[in-house]
Design a protein around this ligand. Structure first.
Ligand SMILES: Nc1ncnc2c1ncn2[C@@H]1O[C@H](COP(=O)(O)OP(=O)(O)OP(=O)(O)O)[C@@H](O)[C@H]1O
Ligand SMILES: [Mg+2]
Ligand SMILES: [Zn+2]
Length: 506
């Protein structure tokens, strides 16, 4: 008699239901798994066999065939161990499981019969709910993740033996989801730790409000890295939808902490400059999301941006524009979201001292060449440039206590609310995403501002692209000011963010 159980697999960040069919016949002893299973699934035979025996049950010396359906979908990972083991125990009459159709089972077994944490439980749970399956049997370490979805009955266990008892006697209530967000310590970083640097802090506030990409240049030790690390503290918490999107990505990559349910804080990713293009954008044999997707709905920080390999920066161009990355490999095709805010930091020149008060030994040419490592299409994707100066003794001594992240965050939240309302029917979220039609519609300047912009435009021979960027950033500054109209103070502030390393407007 063949028996069937529900489990699930995932591709990209989406789950899909898989049925595990187990059939045991008399014949030469063998154990085969069919249904487009890759080597990681085939290895499960050894774990299943050892864990059944080591949990005190009997492993049949017969011909065992396991089929994973649908057979045309590639399956990878160790989460099929548990349904296969349970299937074998049912098939050999060691237990009954009449209402199997209402359950989805997954988990990796160790040789001793213990259950290990698996990846992708969140997308799998969502897929189960979509298919009207409400009961889930999962490893205890995946309990928070599984039970964080409303309407789920999550039964979490440490080993195979406990599961067999549960299926026989139903002696357990569903796992209660702890609201762990309050348990995770808040970030200890705060903008009030940063002395002075008011203009750079303001640039980061504007960038955060409108989700603009920003480049900070400044001498070594001026606090670039320090400030970038504090940006997540001024971003609003994620709402439920965004939180699901982010947690799914962390779930499939195995980056979710054991006692963490949904991720509610915007992520901050800071890949080292030696990163490869594949690790940055995602891919590899098992089609995993890369750093840009791990930064989705949060911040991607490229520290020492000029040290990144040129080809690595170039692959960023397309996802920066499209907010989504599609990866085609022989193993399949997946698409991941990657709508993040980029913060870049660099020294202003090879010696690092330009405009810092110390003597810069570089020539004009060397400085230009240094920055030109960033190609112009790449520069085009940066909305704000800001210069970080090194503080002198007096600045540090006289600096008052700076504004806290909490009070900056309030302004950012308000500005984002205004944008949300504005773009409700336009399919975008932030000012930085406006196209030319939307710019025309929403970035109306007053008379005085038009005059100023016209002067700058002809004097510095601005490109159309620079023009749009100035308007988008002005819009964000006006939103921070709760102003419907863009007035001259909003515009002049936006113009300051187009000046770079002392040169003209870009
Ligand atoms: N404005 C500041 N207020 C308080 N501390 C600061 C400030 N600027 C720098 N520091 C201190 O100096 C240290 C170095 O700063 P940080 O690493 O951010 O500099 P950086 O600009 O990233 O330098 P580099 O170009 O060498 O990477 C910080 O850890 C901090 O302790
Ligand atoms: Mg640094
Ligand atoms: Zn220099």
């Amino acid at each position: 008699m063949a028996i069937k159980l529900n489990t699930s697999s995932f591709l990209g960040i989406d789950g899909s239901i898989v049925s595990v069919e187990v059939d045991i016949e008399r014949g030469l002893p063998s154990f085969n798994i069919v249904g487009l299973a890759d080597t990681s699934v085939k290895e499960s035979k050894e774990r299943v066999k050892a864990s059944i025996i080591n949990s005190g049950f009997e492993f049949p010396i017969k011909k065992i065939v396991v089929n994973l359906a649908p057979a045309d979908m590639k399956k990878a990972g160790s989460l099929f161990d548990l349904p296969i083991a349970v299937g074998i125990l049912i098939c050999t009459g060691q237990m009954n499981f009449y209402d199997w159709e209402d359950f989805l089972i997954l988990g990796e077994l160790s040789l001793s019969g213990n259950l290990n944490k698996v990846r992708g439980v969140l997308p799998i749970t969502l897929e189960g709910i979509k298919n009207n399956i409400k009961n889930f049997i999962v490893p205890i370490e995946n309990a928070e993740e599984c039970s964080s979805i409303k309407g789920v009955n999550c039964y979490a266990f440490e080993n195979l033996k406990q599961i067999v008892y549960f299926i026989k006697y139903r002696d357990l209530l569903p796992y209660k989801h702890k609201r762990v967000s309050s348990k995770i310590p808040h970030s200890t970083l705060d903008f009030s730790d940063v002395f002075g640097q008011e203009s750079c802090k303001r640039a980061l506030e504007v960038a955060s409000a409108g989700n603009h990409n920003v480049l900070m240049a400044g001498p070594p030790g001026s606090g670039k890295t320090m400030m970038a690390r504090r940006v997540p503290t001024i971003l609003p918490n994620l709402n439920y939808e965004k939180s699901l999107e982010v947690t799914k990505i962390y779930s499939v990559t195995g980056n979710l902490n054991t006692n963490e349910g949904l991720i509610t804080k915007p992520p901050f990713r800071s890949p080292h400059h030696t990163i490869t293009a594949a690790a940055l954008i995602g891919g590899g044999n098992n089609l995993m999301p890369g750093e840009i997707s791990l930064a989705h709905n949060g911040v991607l920080f490229l520290d020492e941006v000029l040290e990144f390999k040129k080809n690595v920066l170039e692959v960023l161009r397309q996802p920066l524009e499209e907010k989504r990355i599609t990866i085609n490999r022989c193993s399949g095709r997946v698409s991941f979201p990657c709508n993040f805010m980029t913060i870049m930091a660099t020294n202003p020149c090879p010696c690092g001292n330009f405009a810092s008060g110390k003597h810069c030994t570089c020539t004009d040419y060397e400085r230009k060449r240094y920055i030109s490592k960033l190609s112009s299409p790449f520069m085009d994707r940066i909305d704000l440039f800001t210069f970080v100066t090194s503080l002198n003794f007096k600045d540090i001594q006289n600096s008052k206590k700076s504004e806290s992240s909490k009070s900056i965050r309030k302004r950012v939240e308000d500005a984002r609310k205004i944008q949300k309302k504005r773009f409700m029917n336009h399919g975008i979220q932030y000012n930085s995403e406006m196209n030319s039609t939307l710019i025309k519609k929403y970035c109306k300047l007053n008379k005085k501002s038009i005059e100023i912009l016209a002067k700058i435009y002809s004097k510095y021979k601005l490109t159309t692209r620079a023009y749009s960027k100035i308007l988008k950033v002005s819009r964000t500054i006006a939103d921070l000011d709760h102003s419907e109209c863009i007035n001259e103070s909003h515009l002049t502030e936006a113009l300051c963010y187009r000046k770079f390393t002392g040169g003209g407007y870009m």
